[in-house]
Design a protein around this ligand. Structure first.
Ligand SMILES: [Zn+2]
Ligand SMILES: [Zn+2]
Length: 353
């Protein structure tokens, strides 16, 4: 007598010290240590590390890794498109947009009627610089939890950009320095500024140039951008300048006329963080889902089981259990939070002042 017994989720995917591991497929998702086979969700440096034998990821993620680490960042690479699925040793792997940054992907793994979706980092709101999040029904949903507490509600990013533009109009003699993470946030903020109708050149700190030019090369419209280093102080009165978050406090910022310091991050919801950093204009703009986004997504996947990783795990575990789902924190280590990260190691060194 034969019958098909559904496999247990942890037979398909399980947390290990090197990251989420699919034993039958022999690959890791976003491994934090060098491994033979890696599937990588997106280009942020804690998810995308160099030194793996082979890497499967979207074209954009592979390109961003090459920009950051050099062309030899892995033994071999394979680009995979959104919606494409392939079979690795009997495991079906497919890639779906995560809406987080350019090229970001959720990874679905399926075998014997069981499907697990590892979201990587994601957001469920519109972003002119990347494909929108795709809901992938699954049995087990592995969710990030960066902003996994009810206090985190990001609100409307267009409203935050309007606040910036009102200040620019009000203080034409001052430069506005907007701190933004180099991969994703900086380009999204520029695109939102353009969407609001601001057409003047926007200036870039040297550490943001490479990735921003890459976005433009992939067809993301960002308008006229100029390197800040080439500008005269007088040209920068009334200008918007994008820079890594740490640069707003550095010597570098002194070249600008009476600068207003802004910082675009989901953490700017917490007033004390803005104050600690000496930020005059906190802009609540996040590339991670907020509490409403995380909980709505968990429910919409239809998953009976939820695994929660990197961030505020407890709130989402409790939410899932109260809503009749099995849930567990994965306790994976090695993932940071790029929105928190003042020292953007993802970028080339800051230009000299
Ligand atoms: Zn990320
Ligand atoms: Zn992350």
């Amino acid at each position: 007598m034969t019958y098909l017994r559904r496999m247990r989720p942890d037979q398909l995917l399980r947390p290990t010290p090197a990251g989420l591991y699919c034993e039958s497929g022999g690959f890791y998702i976003d491994p934090t240590r060098p491994v033979d086979k890696a599937v990588i969700t997106h280009g942020h440096s804690d998810h995308a590390r160099p030194g793996h034998g082979s890497v499967l990821a979207t074209r954009e993620t592979l390109d961003l890794m090459a920009l950051r680490y050099g062309a030899q960042f892995a033994g071999t690479t394979q680009a995979v498109r959104y919606g494409e699925s392939l079979t690795i040793a009997g495991v079906t792997v497919s890639i779906h947009p995560a809406g987080h940054v350019l090229g970001s992907a959720q990874v679905a793994v399926a075998q014997a009627g069981l499907r697990i979706v590892a979201s990587g980092d994601y957001k469920d709101v519109a972003d002119p610089t990347c494909m929108p999040f795709e809901l992938v029904p699954c049995d087990v949903f592995v969710t990030e939890a960066t902003f996994g507490l009810p206090v985190f509600r990001h609100g409307d990013p267009d409203g935050e950009v309007a606040k910036l533009l009102r200040s620019v109009a009000l203080f034409p003699e001052r430069a506005h320095l907007v701190g933004a993470y180099a991969l994703g946030k900086a380009q999204r903020v520029i695109a939102l500024i353009r969407k609001a109708g601001y057409a003047a050149p926007i200036y870039l700190h040297g550490a943001l140039e490479t990735i921003t030019r890459y976005y433009q090369s992939r067809g993301i419209a960002l308008g006229e951008l100029r390197p800040a280093r080439a500008a005269q102080k007088a040209d920068l009165a009334g200008a918007i300048v994008l820079c890594p978050p740490s640069a707003t406090n550095e010597l570098w910022s002194r070249r600008f006329p009476d600068p207003v310091s802004a910082f675009a991050s989901g953490w700017m919801r917490v007033r004390a963080r803005a104050r600690q950093r000496g930020i005059e204009m906190p802009l609540v703009i996040s590339d991670h889902a907020d509490w409403d986004g995380l909980t709505a997504t968990i429910v919409a996947t239809g998953a009976g089981e939820v695994w929660v990783t990197h961030g505020q795990e407890d709130g989402l575990v409790r939410f899932s259990e109260l809503n009749g789902r099995k849930a567990r924190p994965l306790d994976l280590v090695g993932y940071g939070d790029e929105e928190e990260d003042a020292d953007d190691t993802a970028s080339p060194p800051s230009e000299p002042s």
